[in-house]
Design a binder for this molecule. Structure first.
Ligand code: ADP
Ligand code: NA
Length: 340
């Protein structure tokens, strides 16, 4: 049996500290917390856990301080390879989260070790995929995108989830032509288009008569796609599901791209906590692409992409059914059971 294909994540690892409070502290106020929970978080770590739970092999490159060594153990328990997570002299990145009784929260983020510049790790010979977010210096992200484009064993498929959104200047100089997949929500897609085109989206595009005309994200995604025509765009729509524009499926040059739309999963007990749903989606997407690569698929069809997205939507829906971030990401086998 051949070794499985691997995904490399160069990304963030945080210690998320949840303080349970009666109500969120007002300016000048000192309050007591009646509970404190510490959990592993950060988009890099969450998406790594999602790939591992989905059944993929994943390596994370990142950094924590002495105070966050335990997060490596947590990730390892889920099967994430953490041997390239460095221990640096800065404190671990942190999210200080006040959770009020009514469910409202307020968050303070500290970048800490996530902003350390690290020695570049060579790709494993079996690395076929690269997944990036935007909670580390953009220079690190760009270094890995460039390395992936020039990898000795053939180009590595690159996926970027630009969250939090890069600055306007960063968006304008980003090497979009080296990016295979972009994962954004509707707001992010709209913000990106405005910056890249210097224009308001959806103002001068007529989608009436299209079966997707009811989706406000449709003209936005079309416009964004016109700016980055080589990149597959997966636009998550919260409770409305997902809309994907996949130029690599296009058969005829001048024909418009036929989108793929999937409604959100049916939830068993309604939405409990949407935290982590986006990260769950991203991890299951890349895990699905990895599985196809492992099966020897070279050219993706509409059926391939649709079946990968179906699993993503089901997994993200299950994540929303439970409280918590990465701990609510479901296992691939449980997602498959629900899909039937
Ligand atoms: P982000 O949190 O990154 O903004 P979204 O809110 O679009 O991302 O959520 C990501 C995915 O999670 C959606 O595409 C959808 O599949 C799922 N999801 C989010 N909210 C709900 C919900 N209320 N009901 C069902 N699925 C949801
Ligand atoms: Na959740």
């Amino acid at each position: 049996m051949t070794e499985p294909v691997r995904c490399l994540i160069r990304g963030s690892i945080n210690v998320d500290e949840y303080f349970q409070v009666k109500s969120i502290a007002r300016p000048g106020e000192t309050i007591s917390s009646h509970g404190l929970e510490k959990k592993t978080g950060g988009k890099g770590a969450n998406q790594a856990v999602a790939i591992a739970k989905a059944g993929g092999t994943v390596d994370i490159v990142g950094a924590v301080g002495e105070d966050g060594i335990w997060t490596k153990e947590y990730l390892k328990q889920w099967g994430v390879n953490v041997s390239d997570v460095e221990i640096v002299e800065q404190p671990t990145g942190r999210a200080l989260i006040q959770v009020a009784q009514d469910g409202e929260n307020s968050i303070v983020l500290f970048k800490g070790a996530n902003y350390a510049i690290l020695p570049k790790k060579p790709f494993h010979p079996r690395t076929t995929h690269l997944l990036l977010q935007n909670e580390i210096p953009l220079s690190e992200t760009l270094a890995y995108i460039n390395a992936a484009a020039e990898a000795p064993n053939g180009p590595i498929s690159t996926t970027f989830n630009p969250s939090p959104m890069p600055s306007d200047e960063e968006l304008k100089v980003f090497p979009w032509d080296k990016l295979d997949w972009l994962i954004v929500n509707e707001g992010e897609a709209s913000d990106m288009y405005k910056v890249l085109a210097g224009d308001e989206p959806a103002t001068n595009i007529d989608v009436s008569g299209s079966p997707y005309a009811h989706l406000s994200a449709y003209p936005v995604a079309l416009k964004l796609s016109s700016q980055i025509p080589k990149t597959n765009i997966v636009c998550t729509l919260g409770a409305a599901g997902v809309l994907a524009l996949i130029p690599s499926l296009k058969e005829e040059k001048d024909k418009a791209i036929e989108p793929i739309f999937l409604p959100a999963a049916k939830l068993e007990n309604g939405a409990v906590d949407t935290t982590g749903a986006g990260d769950c989606f991203a991890g299951f997407l890349v895990a699905g692409l990895m599985k196809l690569r492992e099966q020897g698929v070279e050219k993706l069809t509409r059926e391939h992409v649709t079946s990968v997205l179906k699993r993503c939507v089901q997994a993200a829906g299950m994540c929303v059914e439970k409280p918590g971030a990465n701990e609510s990401i479901p296992l691939g086998k449980d997602v498959d059971a629900r899909l039937g």
